[in-house]
Write a protein that binds this ligand. Structure first.
Ligand SMILES: *Cc1c(COP(=O)(O)O)cnc(C)c1O
Length: 507
């Protein structure tokens, strides 16, 4: 509690008095009465509570101080909650940080088509009603070799709809056969057994956690079977004494009994990632060629587009899915649809994809490049965090993210920031200093998200394409650390000069 004289509730002005203050008149002029008066009432009520408790310094009850606080409150109310951040975690497709990045082409297409009317469901040739799926269907069939395609809000919806449409509309029964090794939980309550139940299907588990054989499926198929399903174990790996039945074999088993086979790929890449030096991820085109009737995958994982659930497959299966009533409830909005169309179109020029698609560009970035950037940025970052911390260039292991290829690591590099005076257990206050550092980084105008490991804060630079976004904020970081750690730093102008030098070095 601060010392000094305290204000009494009666010292606070009425709302009208505060609104007549000249500084507040400017706020009213800019934002109107509703917002400003609402915030003024809330502010005065909060201050009155503090005054009643004897906590309000006398100065804070004065009209100019209140006007200043009101201006801040209005600014905070208008500030967006969804904000751009710098992802220096080393995980490229980060589920908590918005997953795949939208390509410039997708942004341009959104701006060009969505501010006004568009032909979302209008056929420009016939002048009659059109079908929104047709905006991306041809692209998807061209790229995957499927006969037909449809899209919904996300892949969870795609899986739910596929099971519901193919199983619950089946006359004989609603059983869906899945291997015990593939009963995945994706997170956020998306667990295969629960999805089956929500879709109105009956899950029939076959095989064991580590091994499932063709005869396991053959034995389980009966009168009541509606669908055979395979789920890509995208976020874990079963290793050791294992066996699974591949799609080609499973398609033969299912088709011999007149049943469809669906595969949920999860991420699913439309290109061979090995061509970019990355671990291979199964493609929908492979799965369709192997005989799957339906393949589902995400729009905002390796595909590098907006949140979307893509469903490709045989015309018969897609027609049943499209006609199923749930489809209307899960249909995509025009916003992601426009972004998806533009993203898919980039795949028509595969040679340019690594430049045009930011998610792929970041995934394919060579570690040597990243290390070079780390070396160039080291002096400026070291200057900004001195004298509390020391900085070193380190090799790091990043991840693709979003459950894609969970055991594979991306060789990367970055900066490790450690509390000055050594680290390790026994160093009192080191953990607290790191927490303050990561809070100061998150508090920057463009919040910087790193990760703490091993008593250091690690900034993996794989996803930093424009170093100025970090460098320009270093003076502010120095000031924030000085405030939170309570020691005077090298002058702010020094920090600004070092930052400017680093920015000039950067490509
Ligand atoms: C990620 C994933 C999903 C869910 O996809 P969303 O687009 O996030 O809804 C479903 N199945 C698998 C195997 C996944 O990896």
């Amino acid at each position: 509690m601060q010392a000094g004289p305290k204000a009494e509730p009666k010292d606070l002005p009425a709302v009208d008095r505060l609104l007549r203050e000249p500084a507040v008149a400017a706020l009213l002029q800019e934002h109107g009465h509703t917002l400003v008066a609402g915030e003024a009432r809330a502010l005065l009520e909060a201050r009155r509570g503090e005054a009643r408790a004897g906590h309000l310094p006398a100065g804070a009850a004065a009209v100019p101080a209140l006007a200043q606080a009101l201006s801040q409150a209005v600014g905070q109310r208008l500030a967006p909650r969804l904000r751009a951040v710098l992802n220096l975690t080393g995980t490229v497709i980060h589920t908590n940080l918005g997953r795949a990045l939208l390509a410039d082409a997708a942004m341009q297409h959104l701006i060009a088509t969505l501010a006004g009317p568009n032909n979302l469901e209008y056929d420009l040739q016939s002048g009659g009603r059109g079908e929104r799926d047709s905006i991306v269907e041809e692209l998807l069939t061209t790229l995957t070799g499927a006969e037909a395609a449809t899209v919904v809000n996300n892949n969870a919806a795609a899986v739910l709809l596929t099971i519901a449409a193919l199983a619950s509309s089946h006359e004989g029964g609603k059983e869906v056969i899945v291997s015990r090794g593939e009963l995945v939980e994706i997170g956020g309550a998306f667990r295969m057994p629960d999805v089956m139940a929500a879709a109105g299907a009956t899950l029939v588990e076959v095989g064991t956690t580590n091994r499932t054989h063709p005869h396991d499926y053959e034995r389980a198929i009966g009168e009541r079977t509606a669908l055979v399903m395979k789920v890509h174990t995208s976020n874990y790996a079963i290793q050791g004494f294992t066996s699974a039945v591949d799609e080609a074999e499973l398609a033969r088993i299912a088709h011999a009994r007149g049943l469809p086979l669906a595969t949920d790929l999860g991420s699913g890449s439309l290109i061979d990632l090995a061509a970019h030096g990355l671990p291979r991820e199964p493609t929908p085109q492979d799965k369709l060629a192997a005989g799957c009737d339906v393949v589902t995958f995400s729009g905002d994982k390796l595909l590098g587009g907006p949140q979307a659930g893509l469903i490709v497959g045989s015309r018969a299966a897609i027609t049943r899915i499209r006609k199923f009533p749930l489809k209307r409830a899960l249909r995509m909005s025009k916003l992601p649809l426009a972004a998806l169309e533009a993203t898919l179109r980039l795949y028509l020029r595969p040679e340019r994809l690594v430049q045009d698609l930011p998610t792929l560009r970041l995934l394919a970035r060579p570690a040597a490049d990243i290390r070079g950037m780390a070396t160039r940025l080291l002096p400026a970052v070291a200057h900004a965090v001195a004298p509390h911390f020391t900085v070193a260039v380190v090799e790091l292991a990043g991840q693709i993210g979003s459950g894609s290829l969970p055991v594979e690591q991306l060789p990367s590099a970055g900066l490790a920031i450690a509390p000055a005076g050594g680290r390790g257990p026994g160093r009192k206050g080191a953990g607290r200093a790191l927490d303050r550092l990561s809070a100061a980084l998150r508090g920057l105008p463009l919040p910087v998200i790193g990760r703490i490991a091993d008593d250091r804060l690690l900034l993996d630079l794989r996803c930093l394409e424009r170093p100025a976004l970090l460098v320009d904020q270093l003076p502010a970081l120095g000031v924030a650390l000085g405030a939170t750690l309570g020691v005077a730093l090298g002058s702010a102008t020094d920090a600004a000069a070092a930052a400017a030098a680093a920015a000039q070095d950067a490509p």
